[in-house]
Design a binder for this molecule. Structure first.
Ligand SMILES: [Mg+2]
Ligand SMILES: [Zn+2]
Length: 240
């Protein structure tokens, strides 16, 4: 058993059983949700969510509406048990690496009583303005220097570079890193794991496909464990 380990969580479809960016519009503005689907291939995702939030604000989606949608997002009770039990055993640091945003994540974590779970939440910055508009920006400013990832991370953030920067800030090295993710944007950080580290890969989403297609080609070293429901992730966590 590792005396000092790091658990890294993606948020959408990993910690939460939904995608926050899409969910709030599915609850309150399906027309906007449809437009996101139509524009997804042509507009950078964080920019598209920011634009959709402005459209929602214009048609009367209020701060309370968005907060309510976040509080009722599908979230498995076994996920809360799994992380709480592992944290209470004392040897694990938790990091959140997400392409959602700071307000969505903190609102949900607070609702679930998990607001102190993560050492850091690395995501896109967002804040409410006085009129109740949620102002969202990319983590990496489009006007400044861009990340140099060659694996396919979205321009707003390279999760692999963010993971390396976190590890550099939090030495000495963790004996073991466990990464929980589902999406194609989780492939890059997973490539940074060592042979005794573990990726807990959700069986649906882009990550299992990317591992199957490109894992060998890109030199994936870590162990891969698969899970579908949070009760199965809880079983894995109980062995850590
Ligand atoms: Mg995800
Ligand atoms: Zn990357």
């Amino acid at each position: 058993m590792a005396e000092r380990q790091l658990v890294v969580f993606d948020f959408d479809w990993s910690m939460a059983d939904q995608d926050t960016d899409r969910w709030i519009f599915e609850v309150y503005a399906p027309d906007i949700r449809r437009r996101m689907e139509d524009l997804e291939s042509s507009v950078q995702w964080t920019d598209l969510v920011a634009q959709s939030l402005r459209e929602g604000h214009k048609i009367g989606m209020k701060r309370e509406d968005i907060e309510h949608a976040l509080k009722i997002i599908p979230y498995h009770p076994a996920m809360i048990r799994a992380v709480s039990n592992l944290k209470s055993r004392g040897k694990t640091t938790f990091l959140c690496l997400s392409n959602a945003n700071s307000v969505f994540i903190s609102t949900i974590l607070k609702e679930k009583g998990l607001e102190t779970l993560f050492e850091e939440v690395i995501t896109n910055p967002a804040e409410w303005d006085a009129s109740g508009l949620l102002k969202l920006r990319r983590r990496i400013d489009p006007e400044g220097p861009q990340h140099t990832c060659k694996v396919g991370c979205s321009p707003n953030m390279c999760k692999g570079e963010e993971l390396d920067a976190f590890l550099a800030r939090h030495g000495p090295a963790y004996e073991r890193i466990v990464y929980v993710g589902d999406g194609s944007n989780d492939f890059c950080p997973v490539l940074h794991l060592r042979s005794h580290d573990i990726v807990c890969c959700r069986t649906f989403g882009g990550l299992p496909k990317r591992i199957a297609r490109d894992g060998e080609k890109f030199g994936l070293k870590c162990q891969v464990k698969y899970w579908t429901g949070a009760w199965e992730l809880e079983e894995i966590f109980d062995t850590l």
